[in-house]
Write a protein that binds this ligand. Structure first.
Ligand code: DHB
Ligand code: FE
Length: 283
């Protein structure tokens, strides 16, 4: 069976990509943010995963508000990065793990999660930025991707508990996948931010730090928390954090936090990552 190598949670703030594009990686403003990712990058590079399952939300780029799937799954051979207004991205297209994705589609439907199945899909910063944060700027991405898209844009948004259940299903799908491929599961979004309305500019570093510290060893209160409390605690867009629950629900009850990092603010957002490994791991 395939191996669940690690779970990674990370922000996907678009200005991270813009900073890389403008050559700002090593500037005093950005270096402390990017440097915090280096140990996780090195760990993942050494483990050589074959597939990254990336859970993210589209931000009105692949889907607009006239048609928003609650859950969508990419089964394509290739995904192109969307130009979100700053010009074409200087990154290669993403290779799809179409065979595993179709297997996951079967598992989802059998498990009563019914995704929109996308044979064609362009991907925005929600997938681009985590891939750049983990794999840098390679000439070709070293892993194939499976995009899982969750609606966190237009209400009703799915519940945190449903995200956890989707993670459990993903774990079963990985365990039933009869290859020796190594899979890293990436939950993206957050951390606290609100880009609109009366609380525009809101961030909550104390809650972000609690999230980073607890999502590995003590995730229950976050799993059980209401979506409205996510919005209250992390801001309307910070509620994207529910997508990390897919990653966490995919992992064992006991995990090791290998690396974590927090930096605020990046753009208007509390930003950071955790890298988790199952406590009893085969490799
Ligand atoms: C910002 C953060 C996000 O997660 C996002 O999707 C868009 C913008 C920001 O802080 O600018
Ligand atoms: Fe976002």
């Amino acid at each position: 069976m395939a191996e669940l190598l690690a779970g990674l949670g990370t922000s996907h703030v678009p200005s991270i990509a813009a900073a890389l594009d403008k050559g700002l990686r090593h500037t005093p403003e950005w270096a402390p943010f990017f440097d915090g990712y280096t140990p996780a990058q090195d760990w993942i590079a050494a483990k050589k995963p074959d597939i990254a399952v990336v859970i993210f939300n589209d931000h009105g780029n692949a889907f607009f508000l006239d048609r928003v799937p609650t859950l969508a799954l990419g089964v394509a051979e290739e995904y192109h990065p969307i130009d979100e207004g700053w010009g074409p991205r200087p990154i290669p297209p993403f290779r799809g793990a179409a065979d595993f994705a179709w297997h996951l589609a079967d598992c989802m439907v059998e498990g009563h999660f019914d995704p929109l199945i996308c044979r064609e899909l362009d991907v925005d910063h929600g997938l681009q930025v985590p891939m750049e944060l983990v794999f840098g700027r390679p000439a070709a991405w070293p892993v194939k991707v499976v995009p899982i898209l969750i609606n966190t844009i237009q209400y009703p948004v799915p519940t945190p508990q449903r995200m956890w259940e989707l993670g459990k299903l993903l774990r079963k799908a990985i365990e039933n996948w009869p290859t020796d491929e190594k899979i890293v599961v990436m939950g993206t979004g957050g951390l606290s931010h609100q880009l609109q309305g009366a609380r525009a500019g809101f961030i909550n570093p104390a809650a972000d730090r609690a999230w980073i510290d607890e999502i590995g060893p003590a995730p229950d209160r976050w799993r059980d928390m209401a979506l409205t409390d996510y919005v209250e605690t992390f801001g309307s867009e910070g509620a994207e954090l529910i997508m990390w629950l897919v990653m966490r629900g995919c992992m064992d009850a006991r995990v090791k936090t290998l690396h974590s990092h927090y930096f605020a603010p990046a753009s208007m957002t509390g930003a950071g990552m955790v890298l988790l490994e199952n406590a009893v791991c085969s490799s």
